[in-house]
Design a protein around this ligand. Structure first.
Ligand SMILES: NC(=O)c1ccc[n+]([C@@H]2O[C@H](COP(=O)([O-])OP(=O)(O)OC[C@H]3O[C@@H](n4cnc5c(N)ncnc54)[C@H](OP(=O)(O)O)[C@@H]3O)[C@@H](O)[C@H]2O)c1
Length: 342
């Protein structure tokens, strides 16, 4: 019976504090069939991202939140199963915000937001949810356009073993910087230094952060790629150099907070050291994404960039898997496998 049904996870309630599995409602619907101009896409891989937590809330944000009862929003790579649109053929691989479900029916208007993937593939399909997706663009433009790294400068990145952070550190190495990653376990620190070429890594759960940063960054910090906020930002601010840059990409330590988060307490350092702090949302760079994909694609071919992914099997496990983003129980980019690749 299963193959005739479209399994879905819909948003049941706005989380209070940490996400709970009960914030999602499981639903089964009949698989729709396309009318004129529409296509039907089968989901293969679903990207789980910290921003999912933002979309689940109704706090001020950069796009409309997911409505209660709506299929949970999420980036998917999938394959066209049926097409009533001459621009798409069955078998075409695509990516887009198709949601937490087995199948998505795409209207002609929404085809604009769908990207056709290059076939035959020269990289694994999951690369299109990681280095060759908005994630890669986030690392690329945040670091290069806002951070403006110069050879010999010191770059620190938080959530360094994660999807964005691991790419930031490797791109900074390509640009000739000293790179220090902050992450949440010794195993992750080892991955950064031994596999991804970081110069040093700090386990923020066990280290005394300020002396650890001082030891790892003997020439101070020129760029801090901010993914986390809170105590880590405060510690970094004590070590920033004159004219340091802070691309403000994310603040994951605050996403589950139930009240306004105070700080940063070392805010004065931004004045004293004339630090540039620039928030950005990756859609700001949409017109330039191709530039990032070209460069990242080349670095992948040249094996100057590696990527680690944690793939959880089964759409049914998505509500449990998303918790891994917040308890750190995963390595690299978090992905759910929904169905088999063609
Ligand atoms: N501005 C944009 O357009 C944009 C686009 C994409 C992503 N982002 C942001 O970039 C950041 C990283 O996203 P990602 O997709 O690469 O996720 P990710 O790093 O793959 O996963 C999140 C990681 O954050 C760390 N973390 C979670 N809670 C933490 C806490 N309280 N304190 C310290 N570390 C914590 C955990 O790693 P540890 O084991 O190291 O603790 C976890 O694995 C997020 O803040 C996200 O919102 C922004």
């Amino acid at each position: 019976m299963q193959k005739y049904l479209n399994r879905q996870w819909r948003l049941a309630s706005r989380p209070i504090g940490d996400i709970k599995e009960s914030d999602f409602e499981y639903r089964e619907e009949v698989i729709p069939h396309p009318e004129d101009g529409e296509i039907l896409v089968r989901s293969i891989y679903l990207s789980l991202d910290p921003t999912n937590r933002i979309w689940m809330s109704d706090r001020p944000q950069y796009m409309p939140p997911v409505e209660l009862g709506e299929v949970m929003r999420g980036l998917v790579v999938g394959v066209v199963e049926e097409s009533k649109n001459p621009k798409f053929q069955p078998g075409d691989l695509v990516s887009g915000a198709l949601g937490w479900q087995d199948y998505a029916l795409i209207s002609p208007q929404n085809l604009l937001y769908l990207t056709k993937l290059p076939q035959p593939l020269t990289v694994p399909l999951t690369a299109f949810l990681h280095p060759l997706s908005f994630i890669g663009c986030t690392a690329y433009f945040g670091l290069l356009d806002i951070g403006k790294p110069q050879p010999g400068e010191t770059v620190v990145v938080s959530a360094a073993s994660g999807a964005v952070g691991s790419l930031v550190g490797q791109i900074a190495k390509i640009k000739g910087c000293r790179v220090v990653g902050i992450t949440g376990s010794d195993e992750k620190c080892q991955l950064l230094v031994d596999e991804l070429g970081f110069d040093a890594a700090i386990n923020y759960k066990t280290a005394d952060l300020i002396p650890a940063l001082a030891a790892s960054c003997p020439n101070g910090i020129d760029i801090y790629f901010e993914n986390v906020g809170g105590e880590i930002l405060d510690a970094v601010l004590t070590q920033v150099n004159l004219n340091a840059r802070i691309p403000l990409c994310g603040l994951i330590s605050t996403y589950n907070a139930q009240e306004l988060v105070p700080g940063p307490y070392n805010f004065g350092q931004i004045l004293m050291q004339r630090v540039l702090v620039q928030g950005f949302i990756i859609t700001d760079y949409l017109q330039q994404w191709d530039v990032a994909f070209r460069d990242i694609g080349e670095w992948l071919q040249e094996e100057k960039i590696k990527y680690t992914q944690e793939i959880v099997a089964g759409l049914e496990n998505a509500p449990k898997a998303i918790l891994k983003l917040f308890d750190g129980d995963k390595m690299g980019k978090l992905i759910v496998k929904i169905s088999e690749e063609p």
